[in-house]
Design a protein around this ligand. Sequence first.
Ligand SMILES: [Zn+2]
Length: 455
Amino acid sequence: MQKIFKYKSSILITKILTRLIKYCNVGAGTNFPGKIGRLIAPDILSYLVNQAKKEIIVVTGTNGKTTTSGFIANILNAAGRKTAHNKKGANMLTGLTSAIIQECNQNTELNVDHCLLEIDEAYFCKAVDEFNPNLLVITNLFRDQLDRYGELDTTARKIKEAIAKTITKKPLKVILNADDPIVSSITQGKNVENIYFGFRNIIFVGQDTDIKSPQEAASCKCGQKYNYSKIFYGHLGHYNCTCGISRPKPDIEADVKIDVSSSTITVFSQKYGEFKVKLNMPGLYNAYNALASISACLELGISVKEIIQGLENYSTIFGRAELTYLKGKPTLIQLIKNPIGATEVLRTVKDDKTSKLLIIINDDYADGRDVSWLWDANFELLFGHEKQIITSGIRAADMAVRLKYAGINQNNLKIIKNIDNAVKYSLLNLQTDEKLCILPTYTALLQLQKILKKY
Ligand SMILES: [Zn+2]
């Protein structure tokens, strides 16, 4: 009896705090309410998530968590399945708690088919102490915010530990990126069923494909560096090692044609047949996110028709390749947060000659305090970019220095530290044939979201 009272209080107070924060416009309100809710009932998240009637789905990895889970949510919606989802991308335990509480009623009932949780790769290990996923999706593992997570191996080890701790009646299904050697070798043992996805061929239409992403060291367990017959980006590709370990044959394999603003994915699967999906988003990284979501949804028993429908009518989440109109002017916002992800975003920008750039770099905790990653991202791709580039945010000056070293024409560079003023300036000077492309780090994106409400 007392327990139910605790749950009810936790839910009520978390909901009130969320509304209050939103009403007073003092932040996104994604973490603090959940923190208080967990103080009142420490097991509230576990209590709610375990009410899901069907699979509990967890999406983790370095890049693409928010977009991949957004795709899955849209497909589940197209299939008529009710889902509780931390759609704002707050992916630590407090954020998850805030988000899931919003979905339940005052009788502490969740009433959903699925819980779909995007979880920070460093927090996944803690999350499995509270609930166990039935389906786990791992998008990729790249170097990200080194000061927070340590080396890649540590992250991989933490995910391994989390999987080992997961207890389910049926084997845990894990959707793995076969093209990422760190991800593909992460799970072993009889309690897991691995389902691999990967690309067979990638064709860039009208783009310069010679430019590679920064290479990250990917070494085999035996200590030797992998050999690649194909490199797609970062350490993703078709790899093998002289010791015999090689890229696993994907269960869900695809060819993709990448255009400047969209891509066409042709999926081949022995189990599910062949089908085509058109994705209205730029970049190879989004094609990977789509393929991960397709694989997950096929395993959840969703039909190909509903998958295609869910992906083709997907409208982007704030800051994830979202095209909006500010004062009638086309604006594309794309989050950047680590060398590999940023390089892939820059590649899409480079091919778009009409875009004027506003790059906003913060170094708050959630961005990673260390901005040395700017030097690993391939800003050289912007060499020869004719339109103006404005840098903003706490580290606006560092960004400008980075661009200077990338060989950007100094006359095209402008530093406006204040984000509000930078947005105003960029829009004011935008020509009719130009598009504004904003590339913010995570906390800059949150600030931007608040600023853009006025437009
Ligand atoms: Zn080896």
